[in-house]
Ligand binder design. Sequence first.
Ligand code: DX5
Ligand code: ZN
Length: 221
Amino acid sequence: MGIRITPSILNANLADLSAEIARIPSADAVHLDVMDNRFVPNLTFGLPMVESVRAGTDKALDIHLMIAEVDRWAPGYAEAGAESVTFHIEASDAPVKLARELRALGARAAMALRPATPIEPYADLLGELDMVLLMTVEPGFGGQSFLDVVLPKLRRTRALLDAHGGDIWLQVDGGISPQTIERCVEAGADTFVAGSAVFSAEDPDAMVRSLKATAVRAAER
Ligand code: DX5
Ligand code: ZN
C-alpha cells in the first residue's frame, strides 16, 4: 500500500505560500483548503490564489473545496492545473457529472465526507472517483482534535474500496499527528493531510518524513 503525506498550508504563512511550500520538499502533494464562509464558517482563498501557487511550484496540488455550489466552481481548479480536486458530497447536486468533468479535465476526482456523513449511500459512486476523503474533524479550521468516532467509518470505507478494486486512495484530514496517524493506517487510510502538526514543527520537512515513516511502519504490521 502506498503511503502519501499531503500537508495542509492552512496554518502556514498564507501571505508567502511559495516559501512555505519550499519548506516541505518531502511532501507528496500540497493540500490547499478553499473555504467560502458558506459551506464552512471560515474564509480562506479561491481560484486566483490557486493559480498563483500553480505558477510558482511543480509540486502536485491537492485542492480541498469546502464551498457551497461546488458543481459550479470545482472544474475551474482542474482547468488551473490541480492534480486532484476534492468536492464535499454534502455540497454537490450532481456528483457523478462533476467527477466525470474533473477527470475529463485531467484531474483526479475526489469526494469528501464530513464526520457524520455515512459512506454507504455513495458506494455506487466509487468507480467515478480516484480518492475518498474522510474528515476527522468538522471542516473549517486547522488545529482541532482528531475525532475517533470516524474510525469505524474509515474501516467500512476501506472494506468497500477493497471490494471495489482498483487504486482509489483513502485520505484523512483533521488532527493528524504522530499521536493519531497509526490508528488511521490501521483503519485503512493511505493518504494523510497534516496541517498544524507539520507547520508548528521546528523542521516541517522532518515532520513530513517522520509521519511517513510512522505510517509506513504501521502499514507493514
Ligand atoms: C480543516 C482543513 C484541514 C486543516 C487540517 O477543515 O480541511 O486540511 O488544515 O489541519 P490540522 O492538521 O491542524 O487538523
Ligand atoms: Zn483540508
